[in-house]
Design a binder for this molecule. Structure first.
Ligand code: AMP
Length: 436
């Protein structure tokens, strides 16, 4: 199938061609015709499948086909995303694909000044990409009018529910015209998503490209058993000995991400951390540096990593396994995007066997285990589930990291890391900065 046969307008085909896309991805060939016909859709699509173009292209087509008076623009399409990064990413895609159309788009999210957003909204916007929190700020300040929305997209809806945005979504719904087209995208289908779909969608076309809750086939997955205290050492060793160049590392907590990032820097590996406590500027810079290759390793928490889109990201390493098995699918969706091969490595300590089993059950396959010589687990170490493991006091942790001698890549640094890395309280403050 070609993009030509999907019935998209020439301005869009030209933009697609400039992107170098030869043919639609499976989600695109199913979603685009259904959306063009005006149907609501419920799409089960993981990140990396080309879902953004899958909804953006037909959305732009429909808005342009029924083009309104550009003198009095109003928001005709609203895309809601869980995180700032994803909003920025989708916003970029909208701009890219709308390059040859007289469509104005705007992205709004929290963590940055509201004034420029108010000014942009006042000048007139056709397509608005927003995170729920900041969108509601605008509603409260009466700086936004959503009464003209014809198309609503909920992108990564499962994550929005996960982050506690259900009430925000419901509030936004009350401000939209009842007669509209709604497109719901979700990587996983929990009961919450099914409920949301029932309340928001009318006779939706169901689209599912990869079977539910299965991991991306183009990603090779492997688990490396290792003692919890030796994870950092193993990570540095893997990056150094395999000469890994662009590695996205997942840590479970913000503090864990910061600590790991500092330790890798001490090991001579250029690293940055990205999480909800970082300023928007710091997050954008870290991402740009990572994409540009000035830093090798980006350590991210689950929520912060949503929306990171890097072509051909070759390596994802789970430093900690996620508490929620679905997050594993999201994490490894960062690699092997749009048909490229990727590798997902998980460093698994004896404390994480339950999480590993949950993940394997969810993805309906066993993840092969591979011991790294020199890092075989010590059989005398007993499991300590993260909920019972003592947390290292903040001051002690600081002292430990700052007093460590700078180690060079390839050299084994002292074994002070690991214990207490994977703190409890995942997603504490989850809504505080992200998605706002
Ligand atoms: P997404 O799943 O929307 O985050 O897209 C994942 C990646 O696939 C992005 O980098 C897109 O630029 C790329 N992509 C989208 N559609 C196509 C296509 N038809 N052919 C090749 N790459 C694509």
């Amino acid at each position: 199938m070609s993009f030509l046969s999907l019935g998209l307008m020439p301005e869009l085909l030209r933009a697609i061609q400039e992107q170098g896309y030869d043919q639609p991805t499976p989600i695109q060939s199913q979603a685009i015709p259904a959306i063009l016909k005006g149907n609501d859709i419920l799409a089960g699509a993981q990140t990396g499948t080309g879902k953004t173009a899958g909804f953006t292209l037909p959305l732009l087509h429909r808005l342009s086909a029924g083009k309104e008076n550009t003198q009095h623009r109003r928001i005709r399409a609203l895309v809601l995303t869980p995180t700032r990064e994803l909003a920025a990413q989708v916003g970029e895609s909208v701009k890219t694909y709308a390059k040859y159309l007289p469509i104005k788009s705007q992205v709004i999210f929290g963590g940055v000044g509201i004034r420029p957003q108010i000014n942009a909204l006042r000048r007139g916007v056709d397509v608005l990409v927003a995170t729920p929190g900041r969108l509601l700020d605008h509603v409260q300040q009466q700086t936004i009018d959503l009464s003209g929305v014809e198309i609503l997209v909920l992108d990564e809806a499962d994550r929005m529910l996960d982050m506690g945005f259900i009430h925000a979504i419901q509030k936004v719904m009350q401000l939209l015209p009842a007669k509209r087209q709604t497109l719901l995208f979700s990587a996983t289908f929990s009961d919450g998503i099914k409920k949301l779909a029932t309340s928001l969608l009318t006779a939706p076309v169901l689209i599912e490209v990869a079977s539910q809750n299965t991991a991306n086939e183009s990603v090779s997955q492997v688990a490396h058993p290792v003692d919890r205290q030796r994870k950092r050492e193993l990570l540095s060793y893997m990056i150094g000995s395999r000469n890994l160049r662009q590695v996205l590392v997942f840590a479970r907590t913000k503090r864990g991400a910061d600590r790991l990032s500092k330790q890798l820097i001490q090991d001579g590996i250029k690293t940055a951390a990205i999480h909800g406590d970082k300023s928007q500027n710091a997050r954008s810079k870290a991402l740009a540096d990572f994409k540009g290759g000035t830093i090798r390793v980006l350590v991210a928490t689950d929520i912060a990593a949503r929306g990171i889109d890097i072509d051909q990201l070759p390596h994802v390493i789970n430093y900690d396994l996620p508490e929620v098995a679905e997050d594993y699918v999201h994490r490894i969706g960062r690699t092997g995007r749009a048909g490229n091969n990727g590798a997902a490595h998980s460093l698994v300590s004896i404390d994480e066997h339950k999480q590993l089993r949950d993940i394997e059950r969810l993805i309906k396959r066993n993840i092969p285990q591979q011991l790294i010589p020199g890092f075989e687990p010590d059989k005398s170490i007993k499991a300590e589930p993260s909920s019972t493991r003592p947390r290292r006091p903040a001051a002690a942790s600081k002292r430990n990291t700052s007093s460590a001698p700078a180690a060079h890549r390839g050299k084994r640094p002292p074994l002070h890391a690991g214990k207490g890395q994977s703190g409890r309280g995942r997603r504490v403050n989850k809504q505080s900065s992200l998605g706002s």
